[in-house]
Design a protein around this ligand. Structure first.
Ligand SMILES: Nc1ncnc2c1ncn2[C@@H]1O[C@H](COP(=O)(O)OP(=O)(O)OP(=O)(O)O)[C@@H](O)[C@H]1O
Length: 399
């Protein structure tokens, strides 16, 4: 029998191997290498759909970039991976999924070793790991229902049972009335809901999510995020979420790691990272002001300005240091203060305004107070104002 095209069913009504945002669980006997035979005879791939503990040490060495990250995600728990552009987040997910070979280390799911360079490498389509990214990547020629039913069919459920499972998912995600719609007939938010349902209906032992909300508009994002929160909790799926947004991590993760240059530089529960970040990148993500300067006579010096504060660790006089400051703890005045600021950016959200100065210090204050400062108009880029930080809310760390 010839293999059917991706997303199509074969002559006996079984789904073919696919190339989609979700991992496919093809017929292992088609593959000839040793690791796959090991999987095919039932010893290599866990067959249950229970969530599994993910234990990995991912080392990927490229000519000009290296990732070296250890992860431990207990069964059913949710880890967020944060980091700047190019920090290595996608490389990490692809290594876990088997799309990027490890240079060293291991990936283990439950008690099954999926990869250890030199001895074992289970290919991506035989890992019970789902991968969902920014784009829904639904099969364009299949209805929403058949997209979702694809995973259960691949797992061996009959046509009727798979359809029933898919219908239940459509109910849950509020799209039962669009069961027969093709992807191009759905909005971006609806497509992403179907993609999430399709990924979870395939009962992955781990679900990897690479910025799954990034391509959605502001209106669709909260609904899809809510659905993801609910469904990850309901299915107790072990998950690893890559995001730039601490708000996503807050709702979608139990623990976070922050990557920079391929290494973990900060970690903790989302609440801890949002309120007491240790690394400047985490601080910036959480909305703190990050000021770089030199430690001098009990403060952080930047030009003529000095930011008083207490370092968390000993810093030598004259050494480079960084201050992490909560903008809401910084007073703003047109006439006097301790820090002469040149305004570079003014952002208004809700009822408050954040005013950033050229050195990175920022103040946040109610909209009306900000207007009162500048004779009825909001402060603007180029204004010269005074900041007065509260030293109790200035955290100074070595650079
Ligand atoms: N296939 C590849 N071959 C060579 N270099 C790559 C490849 N993929 C990514 N890189 C490089 O590896 C580094 C890490 O990239 P990666 O995509 O993992 O970062 P990221 O944290 O996901 O970034 P972003 O937030 O921008 O998506 C970057 O310098 C990137 O240019």
């Amino acid at each position: 029998m010839n293999a059917a095209a991706p997303g199509f069913e074969d002559a006996e009504g079984r789904p073919s191997a696919v190339d989609s945002g979700v991992h496919r669980f093809g017929n292992p006997e088609r593959h000839a290498d040793n690791s796959v035979r090991h999987a095919a005879d039932g010893r290599g791939i866990p067959n249950s759909c229970r969530p599994h503990h993910l234990d990995a040490h991912v080392v990927v060495q490229r000519a000009d970039f290296a990732v070296d990250v250890e992860l431990n995600v207990p069964a059913g728990s949710r880890l967020a991976v944060l980091g700047h552009n190019g920090a290595g987040k996608t490389t990490l997910l692809h290594a876990l999924a088997g799309l990027q070979p490890l240079t060293d280390g291991h990936v283990r799911l439950g008690d099954v070793e999926l990869e250890r360079p030199g001895s074992i490498r289970i290919p991506s389509h035989l890992r019970r790991i789902g991968l969902l990214d920014q784009k829904p990547r639904l099969f364009p020629h299949l209805s929403a229902l058949r997209n979702i039913a694809f995973g259960p069919r691949s797992l061996g459920h009959g046509r009727h049972a798979s359809r029933q499972i898919a219908l239940q998912w459509l109910e849950r995600i509020g799209l039962a009335h669009r069961a027969s719609a093709k992807p191009h007939e759905l909005s971006g938010g609806q497509q992403q809901r179907v993609a999430i349902a399709r990924a979870l209906a395939a009962s992955p032992e781990v679900l990897l999510l690479d910025e799954p909300l990034a391509s959605l508009d502001a209106e669709s994002t909260p609904g899809v995020r809510r659905m993801l929160v609910d469904e990850l909790a309901r299915t107790a799926t072990t998950s690893v979420l890559v995001t730039h947004d601490l708000a996503d991590a807050w709702q979608l993760a139990d623990e976070c790691v922050v990557l920079s240059e391929g290494q973990v530089v900060d970690s903790g529960v989302p609440d801890e990272l949002a309120t007491a970040p240790r690394h400047p990148f985490t601080a910036a993500l959480a909305g703190f002001a990050v000021v770089r300067g030199t430690w001098s006579a009990g403060g952080l010096r930047v030009g003529d300005n000095v930011l008083p504060g207490t370092p968390g660790a000993a810093i030598a006089e004259g050494a480079d240091a960084i201050a992490i400051v909560a903008p809401a703890s910084v007073a703003l005045s047109a006439t006097s203060g301790t820090w002469r600021a040149t305004i570079t950016e003014v952002t208004s959200r809700g009822g408050s305004v954040r005013v950033d100065d050229a050195a990175g210090l920022a103040a946040e204050l109610p909209l009306d107070d900000a207007r009162a400062l500048a004779g009825g108009r909001l402060p603007a880029s180029g204004d010269r104002l005074w900041f007065t930080p509260d030293p109790a809310h200035v955290r100074i760390v070595p650079a």
